[in-house]
Design a protein around this ligand. Structure first.
Ligand SMILES: Cc1cc2nc3c(=O)[nH]c(=O)nc-3n(C[C@H](O)[C@H](O)[C@H](O)COP(=O)(O)OP(=O)(O)OC[C@H]3O[C@@H](n4cnc5c(N)ncnc54)[C@H](O)[C@@H]3O)c2cc1C
Length: 469
């Protein structure tokens, strides 16, 4: 019995008939990704409310050889949760809520479908926060953040989502629920050899595995104190190489450094155009540096910048309104780019290789897509560079392949900030050489021999957790 009705009835008996959605209209919101570019068609959408229900749903699907896609808030930008092959969507939307907050230990236990905004609200009441924050916070879920190993502006200081993870409960690809997989700190693992067992391994691999190695049902995450005093500087530099030089030194010299972003002048001009204003400073690129501490880090930031030869102009702010104004030159770039169209690819390369990557991409564009131009921005030191090609045909495969090749040759990866998903899966091959990361690929074959969990998404990024460029 694998017909749609039989499947729907079986799933309905687990989660309640009202929590199995079918038909184009009911499933439309679950069938495309946040970019709107990738549209699939869900065979049905099933919404379990507990980890046991989720495990039973997956067991049922697998017993019928039915492929499925796990979906959280569906804010992903690489079609990682999009049922392009007509899969069943298993949504975690009802698996939501903060189970406990241990303020003295700075830890929270939270169900996978809880939104990031909800986590931040509960944490803020205790003077704490999750260190990874992003603009899609109202819908993005903890399960999605873990699965994509999401990065935010503060990942420079605290690491990506994988680095916030202390423990996970996971439903393995064939439906077995494993609770309490602890992620020991790397230092402890090195010092004592503890936690080198199978479980520790799996827990680490889940971060960044994009739903291919298991479905997170709950996570225990670390929180950090909310730091009240902030100082932000917008710095103009003459060359991207100077931005990298400044960034590398800032990282060494500023203990309170919390965020560091790059915006090339083309992007600044687009933001200025959209706001009918002028770029705030003249230069080839802007670097936004933000320090955060218990007491004002303004002096620390200012004295660092005074001694920096790369600085061509600088604006500094400490109050919230003025800081938001400086941040708007970075924050408003995606919206400004959306209004001019084009094709976006986010990638990661080590900090020192950023100038070379940009030069190689510009050379490739000149050869392959004359008349197009590159607009670049991103997070310095986190491995998250957004490359936006304006004027080339969207999805220009030769351009994408050239970018992927350059990224890989420079020691980076095409997963960047948003992951690989289905959108960038083909690029892994064209990039030439980004082989499935062991042991994630090996584990996938053992845990999911029929490739039913998120087929089409390569199981290669698991364990990316604590990477920091
Ligand atoms: C406006 C905007 C801004 C953004 N900014 C950032 C940013 O700064 N940094 C960043 O990293 N990303 C950013 N993103 C992308 C996106 O928000 C993140 O990738 C986020 O982590 C996805 O969470 P989600 O719950 O929406 O996951 P979904 O989109 O539903 O799924 C994403 C992937 O995770 C898997 N998945 C989801 N839930 C689970 C689970 N419980 N267990 C296992 N696998 C699961 C899915 O199968 C899929 O592969 C942004 C997106 C938007 C729209």
């Amino acid at each position: 019995m694998t017909g749609p009705r039989a499947l729907g009835t079986a799933l309905g008996s687990i989660v309640g008939a009202g929590n199995v959605l079918s038909g184009l209209q009911a499933t439309a919101a679950f069938s495309s990704d946040a970019t709107g570019t990738w549209r699939g068609s869900a065979r049905c959408v099933v919404l379990p409310a507990t980890a046991d229900e989720l495990a039973a749903v997956i067991t049922e699907l697998v017993s019928r050889d039915v492929a499925y896609v796990v979906q959280g808030g569906n804010t992903g930008l690489v079609a990682g949760a999009t049922p392009l092959g007509g899969e069943v969507v298993v949504s975690t939307r009802r698996l939501s809520g903060v189970d406990s907050l241990d303020a003295p230990r700075r830890e929270m236990r939270v169900r996978a479908g809880t939104s990031l905004a909800q986590v931040q609200r509960v944490a803020a009441a205790a003077g704490l926060e999750l260190a990874v924050d992003l603009a899609a916070r109202d819908a993005a879920t903890i399960g999605g953040l873990v699965a994509t190993d999401a990065a935010g502006s503060r990942s420079l200081r605290h690491g990506r989502m994988g680095a916030q993870l202390l423990e996970v409960d996971v439903v393995l690809p064939e439906g077995v629920l494993v609770r309490g997989l602890e992620v020991p700190p790397r230092a402890a693992t090195r010092a004592t050899g503890a936690g080198r067992g199978r479980h520790e391994h799996l827990a680490r691999l889940v971060a960044g595995s994009e739903g291919t190695l298991g479905t997170v049902t709950s996570a225990r995450v670390r929180l950090v104190p909310r730091l009240g005093a902030r100082a932000t500087a917008l710095v103009a530099v003459a060359r991207v190489a100077d931005a990298v030089e400044l960034a590398a030194r800032a990282r060494r010299a500023l203990p309170s450094l919390d965020a560091m972003e790059l915006v090339e002048s083309d992007a600044v001009e687009l933001v200025a155009e959209a706001a009918a204003s002028h770029p705030p400073l003249a230069g080839t690129a802007l670097v936004l540096l933000e320090c955060a501490a218990a007491v004002s880090p303004r002096r620390e930031l200012a004295s660092f910048l005074e001694g920096a030869d790369e600085v061509r102009g600088v604006l500094v702010a400490t109050d919230a309104t003025a800081r938001a104004q400086l941040w708007s030159w970075r924050r408003d770039v995606p919206a400004a780019l959306a209004s001019v169209g084009g094709h976006a690819l986010d990638v990661g390369v080590p900090l020192a290789r950023v100038p070379e990557l940009l030069a190689r991409v510009r050379a490739a564009l000149a050869a392959l897509a004359p008349g197009s131009r590159l607009v670049a921005f991103g997070r310095l030191g986190v491995g998250a560079l957004h490359l936006h090609v304006v004027g080339a045909a969207a999805g220009h495969t030769a351009v994408d392949a050239a970018i992927a090749r350059a990224v890989v040759e420079l020691g980076g990866d095409v997963a960047g900030e948003h992951g690989v998903g289905r959108a960038k899966a083909a690029l892994l091959e064209r990039g030439g050489g980004e082989a499935p990361r062991e042991p994630a690929g090996e584990l996938k074959a053992v845990l999911d021999p029929r490739n039913l969990a998120n087929p089409g998404v390569p199981a290669m990024r698991g364990g990316a957790g604590q990477r920091r460029w």
